[in-house]
Write a protein that binds this ligand. Sequence first.
Ligand SMILES: Cc1ncc(COP(=O)(O)O)c(C=O)c1O
Length: 510
Amino acid sequence: VTIGSDRKPDAADKRKQEPTYASLQMPIQLARDSLCALHIQICEQIRSLIEGDRLRPGSRLPSSRQLAEHLAVSRNTVLVAYQSLAMEGYIEAREGSRTVVRDKEAGDRPLRPSLAATPPASTTAIRRQPVVFRGDPPRLVNFGRKPIFDFFVGRPCPRAFPLRAWRRLMLQRLASAGPALSEYQNPAGLAELRHTIADHLGPARGMNVRPAQIVIVNGIQEALNIVSRLFVEKGTQVAIENPCYQGALSTFESYGAEMLPVPVDQHGIRTSELPERPVSLIYVTPSHQFPTGETLPLDRRQQLLSWACRVGAYIVEDDYDSDVRFDGPPLTALAGLDSSRTVIYLGTFSKSIGASLRLGYLVVPLELAEAATAVKALLNAGQSWLEQAVMAEFIKSGGYARHLNQIRSTYRARRDCLLSSLREHFGDVNISGYDGGMHVMWHLSPDLPDAKSVESTALTHGVGIYSLRSAVAYDFGTTPYSERSLVLGYTALQEEQIREGIARVAAALK
Ligand SMILES: Cc1ncc(COP(=O)(O)O)c(C=O)c1O
């Protein structure tokens, strides 16, 4: 609590003041045959834990009774040790017979050099191995100051999270969890969820999938790592859209891939420019090209599939936001057109429900399922059981379908609001990617400054609208989208916020 402020302490302040418990597992070793008395040994070891910052100020020590029992010494021995530490200023008794480590600044603690501050001289001379990892993580989190009206890509509306259903299902599943919470599970994921996803992908994405082809993952980001681990080593040829999703590019590159950019136009990836030579993988976003938002038409999908068979490539289809579709029937995924087991499909609940769930799925041709599961097992031994069980129940009970209907209508209204606000202030705007997904691309007219300038002017007026690279996209060299296109996510903003945000940008640019 700020001194002098009359603000009442809130729950967070109280939590801050609450001491953390120092575990009974404090590494105290007693030499019972030593000439040094036991209370001195205890006192010295606790003191050195405090000096070395292993026991931090505010940490609560075990009660003298508990520690005595744990160390198999008399309670008096511990009491004497605690008294010495208190006299030296290391610990203090607080109300409710709690004993806690004192603040270093408390004043009356003897000055000793901190053990942590001075590394042993020899270690400074050791030459360590350089880090071999090379990669640029996608900047999906804004750690800096957030704009008031933030049109960042791919953020679901926080209010749309199906909180009540989720809480109910969580309690239900916890009540009947049995040993599921305490035992390791199949690293490929919960059978019930894999069945449910297979059933969902039929009508929703036109895919005929067996549960055995599905591995439940920690989002598409992990699926990209699994695919890379299966196929990419130094020099592996991986084709990718240009511009593309930076998270995918960086993942492949971090495994040593040599990237082959293929240009994108107003219909998605230009299949006529695919390289006619052996390629191991091609990464695409056919439902809603990232970042342009274009949908790949059927003829290009078929060309892509036959090209992949010709050069021996697997197609990695990232279907990140296709559950959000506004107009017309759901699109058949590329994987739904694939009769030659060429497509590896990546799906996620990050966009339709919430990114912090970290729940997605990888659908592989059957012959890859065992290897993909082995990689998942090596990475983290499988997803959390509870989230998987709740998600399975949510889909089976019809909750997911209802949730999708709800967000589709909310997001459609927000998209319409964004388009009409842009038209109101900027006239006949050129926008792509508005049939579905959660962002659009605005191609700036010649009378407006370039994308970077618009981005920074908007930001000084509290609005986040993003040029390509700021929107977790990447371009190899200059593309038609690099300098004069902005990416606007709109699903996390309410209509008034969208109107106000765009009005501010217009006023700032005038
Ligand atoms: C194109 C694309 N793919 C994948 C992801 C990440 O998805 P996940 O949260 O499932 O890892 C994102 C996140 O914004 C994305 O834009």
